[in-house]
Design a binder for this molecule. Structure first.
Ligand code: BGC
Length: 763
């Protein structure tokens, strides 16, 4: 754990420059807008270690798979989000000295991510070897109003000298991915003109056009410049010779458009990039900044969480919400949420089960309904690919969704995950039920949901195996806890499989009763037979679940109790993190758990289990869990809240919320854990707020950590937008819309009228 950012309710602040933290900060201070994202690389040159990252959503490269030992069924490629055109570049020189913080002495440094208004700024004083010192103040953002625009204000003041300054503003697409399997460059040149660069990806042929405009301002006046223009394939740069007098500030404004052939006709790209950047230039930096602030204010009005009495907790939840809103907006049906969003290369920018299991609830509750719906439809669009994937692995019917995907194809290439971590299918089914239960959008079931459910159910039907002495078993799987591979009867996988069958039958029944025609046509399209549904009923009735009756717990898998059950707290801390200190063999044989597994099931299917059952399982598994997946602490926080484990709940909350800010897992330099941020949001709203939906009512079961004065959150629920404020001793729910709904608070029902407020005492 490394804690160096300062506590602040609305901002992430770093107030000194330590090159050892540089790559972590490059992740933490990332900016994005759902269309593109930019790590906090410096505008000026930096020769120290850095992960360059400028990403454009949906633009990927299918990098040929590289594995030691090929196994049938492996994917041909791993899709990679691309480090694309460096649009922020501004090179600064005074004579032969180049501004480069790895080579200068940095005497002042402050970096601020302003989450309220959505921009990043940096102020520093750098001293060259010659003793000459400059102050720089830089601000930049990618617009959430015009998604194709990025803008920078870069102000330089010589502090103790006067000289000529050379500034080069450039666009450079001659960039690489750090994770390229064969050290190739993924971009090929298309054309360069004096203000634009057009490149295309190899193989996938996505075109990206970047265009820039700029101004130089001194003493409030635009300075006329005569740039020396360097054009070459994949690069254009404008070099300006400027007078730089001591104490006088020169401000560069750089506006860039990034447009792709995903959104526009390929032939028109150059023209579109020109128009987009021209429009931004015409508005000017200050107007763009204030539009940005206004647009963020709207986001915050819909999704802010306010925690009074705990700055660390407040800052962290805003950071998580900010990053989620920077990553996904629902504007493009082909996009999804990569585990690192636009903040790093790891995980290829692809879609994992993380979306359904951790992110859907945030978007379902804080954005318009179509946003979460879009995430679900995404999987429907991939249904044919998921069926093809099942066939490729030898299944005669059904669909197996990929563990990692960009376009529907499986991209993961480790057998224990690609072939075995099949529980992902369950999360996709679960998200449908979660969404429909929350929104009451039952039309989704007939339009898209049922087909996905039926094909997933068919996969489970074929994947289970009958044994006379146990019933239906599932062999050779990896559960959510990836520190066990190729196990038999992972309780979670068996349970989510049987649950999928139950839910699919329930949906079939609903459609049969309420949408006869559609149901008939779906049955025909799917070729669904009564023999199949009968088989599903039989599997549900006879599914085998490993349990330990003495302890009253579900067993993570067959044979789990043969392991050494020494709790993590008794391990010498020098063993942690296990994934960096232990051999894989030792990890696999141990009882240590990477992330919620049985507990993941008790979280998803919480309404089916009583508190005692949850408690016994939590008390058994939590002491064995090392939380080496970012997805783990949030689930533990939610269950700890339910069980009334106050201190634990708070500790898990901080761990999930500040996972990146405090670098708990020692890997934030790779990028932020964006999908676990959805889990952080859940740990406040579902955990401390105790929010659930049952029988059409919004259930609240709040508990507030002792040292918090209050916490409050916003949720949209079936047309109503509620502001739920929990104080020590009372709950106040305010309906900000005219649509009413029913609340159930600690077992009592309340009618929530439109535009009204309810105060409910909490014992
Ligand atoms: C977790 C998976 C998760 C993936 C991407 C892994 O470390 O074990 O559950 O899907 O990261 O976040």
């Amino acid at each position: 754990m490394k804690q160096y950012v300062k506590l602040d309710e609305w901002r992430i602040v770093e107030d000194s420059f330590d090159p050892h933290n540089h790559e972590i900060s490059e992740s933490l201070f990332s900016i994005g807008n759902g269309h593109m994202g930019q790590r906090a690389n410096f505008e000026e040159a930096y020769s120290g270690p850095s992960l360059q990252g400028s990403y454009v959503a949906g633009v990927y490269y299918p990098d040929k798979t590289r594995v030691g030992w090929w196994k049938n069924g492996y994917p041909e490629y791993f899709a990679k989000v691309l480090n694309s055109t460096n649009w922020i570049g501004i090179d600064i020189r005074f004579g032969d000295e180049q501004l480069d913080l790895a080579k200068c002495q940095v005497t002042e440094f402050r970096r601020v991510l302003d989450m309220k208004e959505g921009h990043l700024s940096r102020t520093f004083v750098a001293v060259f070897t010659s003793g000459r010192a400059v102050r720089v103040e830089a601000t930049r953002f990618v617009s959430i109003v015009d998604k194709e625009i990025g803008a920078i204000r870069y102000a330089i003041t010589p502090l103790n000298f006067s000289s000529e300054m050379t500034a080069t503003l450039y666009l450079d697409a001659d960039v690489m991915n750090k994770d390229a399997n064969y050290d190739e460059k993924f971009w090929e040149p298309v054309m360069t003109d004096p203000v634009s660069v057009v490149v295309r990806t190899r193989k996938t042929e996505y075109h990206l056009a970047s265009a820039m405009q700029y101004d130089v301002v001194r003493n409030g006046e635009k300075v006329a410049v005569r740039p020396e223009v360097a054009e070459r394939p994949k690069y254009v740069g404008h070099t300006l010779k400027l007078d730089a007098a001591q104490g006088v500030t020169t401000t560069l404004y750089k506006y860039v458009a990034q447009v792709t052939s995903r959104d526009h006709e390929q032939d028109s790209l150059l023209a579109v990039a020109g128009q987009v950047v021209e429009a931004a230039y015409a508005k000017g930096f200050d107007t763009l900044v204030s539009e940005q602030a206004e647009a963020w204010a709207k986001h915050w009005a819909e999704s802010d969480i306010i925690i009074e009495g705990d700055v660390a907790a407040q800052q962290a939840i805003r950071f998580n919400i900010f990053q989620l809103n920077q990553t996904y907006t629902g504007h493009d049906p082909q996009l999804n949420i990569g585990p690192k969003g636009f903040t790093g290369e790891k995980y290829g920018g692809s879609t994992y089960w993380d979306t359904e299991a951790y992110c859907v609830p945030f978007f379902m509750s804080t954005a318009e309904q179509h946003v979460a719906r879009q995430l679900l439809v995404y999987r429907h669009k991939h249904l044919e690919r998921a069926k093809a994937n099942a066939r490729k692995l030898g299944f005669k019917k059904g669909a197996l969704y990929p563990m990692v995907t960009m376009t529907g194809d499986e991209c993961h290439n480790e057998w224990e995950i690609t072939f075995e971590e099949i529980h992902r299918n369950g999360a996709i089914a679960y998200a449908i039920s979660n969404y429909v239960n929350y929104t009451d959008d039952k039309a989704y079931l007939g339009e898209y949901g049922f087909e996905v459910l039926a094909e997933i159910s068919r996969f489970w039907e074929e994947r289970v195996q009958w044994t006379a002495h146990k019933g239906y078993v599932m062999l050779g799987v990896t559960g959510p806890n990836e520190y066990e591979n190729n196990v038999n009867n992972n309780w979670y996988t068996n349970r989510i499989a049987a649950w999928t069958l139950e839910y699919t039958l329930e949906v079939a029944e609903y459609l049969r009763e309420n949408e006869q025609e559609r149901y008939a046509s779906l049955v025909e399209k799917l070729g669904l037979s009564s023999a199949e549904t009968e088989k599903w009923r039989e599997i549900i009735a006879k599914m085998y679940y490993p349990t330990d009756d003495e302890r009253g717990i579900f067993l993570q898998q067959d044979g789990f109790l043969d392991k050494d059950l020494t709790p993590v707290r008794e391990l010498d801390p020098s063993n942690l993190p296990l994934n960096q200190k232990w051999s894989w063999d030792r990890i696999l044989r141990s009882a240590y758990i990477k992330q919620a597994d049985v507990l993941q099931g008790l979280f998803f299917l919480g309404h089916k289990y009583d508190l005692e059952t949850k408690k016994r399982n939590f008390d058994f598994y939590e002491p064995l869990t090392v939380h080496e997946s970012s997805l783990s602490p949030c689930v533990h926080a939610i269950i700890a809240c339910e069980l009334g484990y106050r201190e634990k709940a708070y500790a898990f909350y901080l761990r999930t919320a500040r996972l990146d800010l405090d670098n708990y897992n020692n890997d934030s330099e790779d990028g932020l854990h964006i999908t676990s941020m959805g889990g952080t949001w859940m740990s406040v709203v579902l955990g401390f707020g105790g929010l659930r939906v049952a029988e059409g009512k919004l259930v609240l079961n709040p508990f507030i950590p002792g040292h918090w004065k209050s916490f409050s959150f916003k949720v949209m629920f079936r047309g109503a937008r509620l502001w739920v404020a929990v104080r020590q001793g009372e709950l106040v729910v305010t309906n900000e819309t005219g649509t009413g709904c029913t609340l159930s608070v600690r077992g009592t029902d309340y009618q929530m009228e439109g535009n009204a407020s309810l105060t409910i005492p909490l014992a």
